[in-house]
Design a protein around this ligand. Structure first.
Ligand code: TRP
Length: 324
């Protein structure tokens, strides 16, 4: 039997090249080897969202990008977290065996609490427990995530060990599966690419818009004139070349160090490379976007399939915990 993969992503709307390289490509690649379940975690999103007005639109735009990038609803289950409410049931059960002290030392909790001191809600503390429930509900063994999620996976395994010890062997210990690509920097060259920081390049831009975005990228700040030699090691365009232009990467780096290629020219070439990589995705997306019900159908079908598995697990958990 194929092993099961589960991953969740917050519904942030249109996806950017950081999401694409860091997550989506990985999701697509795993589809043939594993039984994959991909979830848009709308309940998790509530822990940091105060304005939920765009939630439905964000889900729809994100699914369009996922499908256009090659996630195949025939192969994988694609669904929205809240459409399978059993996850909240499992979350509550798991919360009873999770020491508060474990949750209070999770790095993401401390960060979020600092970022939103006016809204350190109960859900924020329980965030990793809900994430554990996501994974365990499907007894997934492989979890593709970014490095920032490793402490959550560690915690998930601790919860599994505790549950299995107390109630008998029920869940496998989920293992993280990191992408082969390190974190993609934003156009500011300082922070991780993110929509929130507005340092991103959306997948669904036009060629011209992509070029305009790439042009805003910070390169080597010390390189003020075309004749100044540049330092590829601290240049964002050089980093993006690793993914979009691997064959010319070293050549351009050498030329940059000798001031033989300018930042503008380098950016133009990179933008072209991004556009040619994303052209098929953009074409598929445009077609999908003309079918208004398609995304909803995919999500309804995904939730239906996910729920069959979820109900089984809940039944077993209740038996184990002597709730029935
Ligand atoms: N916490 C993850 C993030 O912020 C999203 C997530 C929720 C997740 N549930 C999950 C990831 C289950 C992997 C498995 O990116």
């Amino acid at each position: 039997m194929k092993k099961r993969v589960f991953s969740g992503a917050r519904p942030t709307g249109r996806q950017h090249i950081g999401n694409y390289i860091g997550a989506i490509q990985n999701y697509v690649a795993l589809q043939d080897e594993y039984e994959c379940i991909y979830c848009l975690v709308d309940i998790h999103a509530l822990s940091t969202l105060e304005d939920t007005g765009k939630l439905q639109e964000n889900i729809c735009e994100m699914v369009l990008d996922w499908l256009a990038a090659g996630l195949d609803p025939e192969k994988s289950i694609i669904f929205v977290q809240s459409h399978v409410p059993e996850v909240m049931e499992l979350h509550t059960f798991l919360s009873m065996i999770t020491p508060l002290s474990w949750l209070l030392r999770v790095p993401t909790f401390k960060e979020k609490a600092k970022l939103q001191p006016h809204n350190v809600n109960y859900g924020l503390v329980g965030y990793p427990v809900l994430m554990t429930a996501d994974i365990l509900l499907y007894k997934a063994e492989v979890v593709p995530v970014g490095e920032d999620q490793l402490p959550h996976l560690e915690l998930a395994r601790e919860i599994v060990r505790r549950f299995n010890n107390q109630f008998g062997d029920t869940f496998p210990e989920p293992q993280a599966r990191l992408t082969s690509f390190p974190m993609i920097l934003g156009l500011d060259g300082r922070e991780k690419m993110s929509k929130q920081l507005n340092n991103h390049i959306e997948l669904a831009l036009s060629d011209k818009e992509t070029l305009a975005r790439v042009m805003t990228a910070v390169t080597d700040p010390a390189r003020r004139y075309r004749t100044d030699p540049g330092r590829p090691a601290i240049c964002n365009i050089h980093k993006l070349d690793a993914y979009f232009n691997p064959l010319q990467r070293e050549l351009f780096a050498a030329q940059c160090r000798r001031a033989e290629i300018g930042c503008v020219e380098h950016k133009q070439i990179l933008a072209e490379r991004i556009n040619s990589e994303l052209r098929p995705l953009r074409e598929r997306r445009a077609v999908l976007a003309t079918k208004p019900h398609y995304v909803n159908e995919v999500l309804a079908d995904g939730a239906g399939r996910a729920r069959v598995i979820a109900r089984e697990t809940i039944k077993e958990v209740k038996e184990r915990m002597r709730l029935v």
